[in-house]
Structures are given as structure tokens and as C-alpha cells.
Design a protein around this ligand. Sequence first.
Ligand code: ZN
Length: 204
Amino acid sequence: MNPFPPEIVDIHTHKWPSAHAIFNLPSYTSAPAASEGRLFSAGIHPWDTAAPLPEELWQRLKATIARPEVVAVGECGLDSRRGATLEIQEQIFLRQAAIASDAGKPIIVHCTGAWHRLLALARKLPGDCPRIIHGFRRNAALARQLLDAGYSLSFGEHFDPEALRVTPAEHRFAETDESSLSIEKIIDLQQLSLREFYNKSIKL
Ligand SMILES: [Zn+2]
């Protein structure tokens, strides 16, 4: 499966406009405004789960995800510090993964303080849905566990060099997220070659 267009290098950014990048739409945004050839991810951030999510919102999200310029679902996931209870966050996360699987698009995963739950959830995620944990800053031991559970990892400005090293190239992605640095600079900090990130296919 290679759902990302070949020119994509930065799989997750909040900076607009940004070339060679997947721009993350804020939660509840129904459709990209003037997209100007840009690519997007759309989803419900765990921080935005505190209030109940009406069915109408889910239908709108589904329609947004179906659009060709929306190439990934997210960021979605688990956060122990903000949003609904983790039980409810899990349901919301799994529902988004199911929508992603139906649409044939990967999920961009946010996780803070809920790694054991995310590991346990791996078995419940649709088997054909690539899952990329974004902004991974934790150590190599956790990286190995997540890779074994079928997650890929995306590294940004702040990362553990050993975790980066143990992640095989086919499961390794790069992102700017909220950083003020360019993606080229970030990949340079990671001592990797920009070329690695073009034409990246997503392995399950
Ligand atoms: Zn982000």
C-alpha cells in the first residue's frame, strides 16, 4: 500500500501553506478551504473529545476523509492528560481507524501517557490500516514494542537518536508538526538523507 503521493516528505504539519507536506486540518473542519494542490489529514484530536460528538459530526468527518486531497486520518489517538476518559477516547480512535480502513488511508496517531493502552489496542485496529505514530520522542525500548505491534514511527525536531536508529527505514517517517524548522533541517538533524523520504511506501 502506498497511499501517499510520491512528493510527500513531511507527513504531519500544522503550518500552512507547506509544500511536500500533509497539513493537519483542525478537528471538526468539514473541508479544506482553497486547497491549492495541498494535501491534508483530517480527524478528531483526542483533546477535542471532552464533549459528546454528535452523529452529524461523524458524517461530516467521513465525507471529508473521502476527499482525494485528504490522504490520511488524524491526528487521532489517546491522551491521558486531556479530553474524554481513555475508555471513550479508545472508542473514538477505533471508529476513526475503521473509517480510515474503509477509505484505504493511513492513520496519524497522537499518544501521550497512554502507551500501554495503545499497544493493547493494536490488535483491535483494522489489519489493513497503516498506523503512524507522530512526534515520537520516547526511547528505543518503547519504539521496538510499538514497531513489533505494527506501528510505524514519525520523528520530528525532538527525538531520541537511539529510537530513530532502531526504527527500520520502511517504518520511519519525518514531520515538522509545530516546529519552526523546515522539514529539510529536521531530516538533517536526524542525520538522514532527504531522498529516503520521497516515494515512501507504507508497510503493514
Ligand atoms: Zn500535530
